[in-house]
Design a protein around this ligand. Structure first.
Ligand SMILES: Cc1cc2nc3c(=O)[nH]c(=O)nc-3n(C[C@H](O)[C@H](O)[C@H](O)COP(=O)(O)OP(=O)(O)OC[C@H]3O[C@@H](n4cnc5c(N)ncnc54)[C@H](O)[C@@H]3O)c2cc1C
Length: 312
């Protein structure tokens, strides 16, 4: 079986298939650490995507896997307390998957930074993506999988190689599949040396600029921006300055933190996630792309559904 893509979707699907005994080859245009997945913050959190019923199933399944992975420090996954807050009233109704979080509670007014009016406190899995992707590659290879850096120019070439193909190309699906519905939503992070931050913070908003930070041991990943239809992969100094300023306003310890890196990734935006079988030139292609800003949080649930669809 051929999986195209070695971001979080391709690697997780590859693992589930390989661990079920299927011989799997992954072909990828980029090394895992050079993908969008490597840029993600990343947190498991509520996923407001469509199709809502399937997304709820995927995010719930993934939560179980991530909480189990927390027990292995080499995985790059750990549980962290923190706040999800908004500059408007979030009300009392939370997304159904938030009920998985045992310690979910409303923030008291004095727990909210200036300018924020509403928020929730909860412990969630945080995923240190570069480390986590290395862990996934090791686990995939340990299960007998083969990973090669080798771009796939056409779906025709893919189905000539394997009768079952899993397409996990993220925003690359726009070109490979010719799907105009998938488009880039540009994100940028600033990675700083950790000045002692233990808790995460994420602003809930639909604005293109927001505030968020996630600690991973000796570094903190700061965000954020979400710019639709922007393909630019070069970090912008102005955007980084805005991120640093907003994060320091919420967490003063971050003021003047040593900048280690500025990184950009293109979220695969789509009106809804595409996870379905296409019959193509006598072969089957399972498309699994378009996870927007939630591809990590949905990854295990999607991978198990990919395996179900191919009958593994
Ligand atoms: C700044 C930022 C913050 C984020 N934060 C979070 C978060 O906190 N939580 C969360 O759940 N999600 C988050 N996301 C979203 C998440 O990163 C994506 O949804 C996820 O990485 C998509 O994974 P993927 O494997 O589908 O795509 P990608 O990681 O983009 O991988 C695509 C793969 O396909 C390969 N490919 C593409 N075309 C071809 C081809 N023709 N031939 C061969 N290979 C090809 C690429 O080389 C790559 O290996 C964030 C994203 C960004 C940018």
């Amino acid at each position: 079986m051929l999986v195209i893509g070695a971001g979080v979707q391709g690697l997780t699907s590859g693992i589930v298939l390989a661990e079920a005994g299927v011989p799997v080859r992954i072909r990828t245009a980029e090394r895992p650490r050079d993908t969008t997945s490597a840029v993600a913050g990343a947190m498991w959190g509520p996923a407001m995507l469509r199709p809502a019923d399937r997304v709820l199933r995927w995010v719930t399944r993934s939560y179980a896997e991530f909480t189990a992975l927390c027990r292995d420090s080499a995985s790059g996954v750990h549980l962290a307390p923190g706040r999800m807050a908004a500059r408007f009233d979030l009300g009392d109704v939370v997304p159904p998957e938030a009920h998985l979080l045992d310690d979910l509670r409303k923030c008291t007014p004095d727990e909210l930074p200036e300018g924020f009016v509403s928020g929730y406190h909860a412990t969630v899995p945080l995923i240190d993506m570069p480390k986590y992707l290395d862990h996934l590659v090791d686990r995939f290879r340990a299960a007998g999988g083969e990973l090669v850096v080798s771009p796939v120019p056409t779906l025709g070439e893919a189905v000539a190689e394997a009768r079952v193909v899993v397409n996990c190309t993220g925003v690359g699906a726009r070109e490979l599949v010719g799907d105009p519905a998938v488009h880039p939503v540009r994100g940028q992070h600033v990675v700083v040396a950790n000045p002692g931050v233990q808790e995460y913070f994420i602003e809930l908003t639909t604005d293109s600029e927001f505030t968020g930070y996630m600690p991973h041991g000796d570094r903190v990943v700061l965000g954020g921006v979400a710019v639709e239809h922007d393909w630019n992969l070069v970090p912008s100094r102005t955007v980084s300055e805005g991120i640093l300023r907003r994060c320091a306003e919420v967490e003063p310890k971050l003021d003047g933190a040593e900048v280690r890196d500025e990184i950009v990734g293109l979220r695969p935006g789509r009106e809804q996630v595409r996870l379905e079988v296409e019959h193509f030139e006598g072969s089957r292609i399972v498309h699994d792309y378009g996870h927007a800003g939630c591809g990590v949080a949905l990854s295990w649930g999607c991978a198990f559904e990919v395996a179900d669809l191919v009958g593994a």
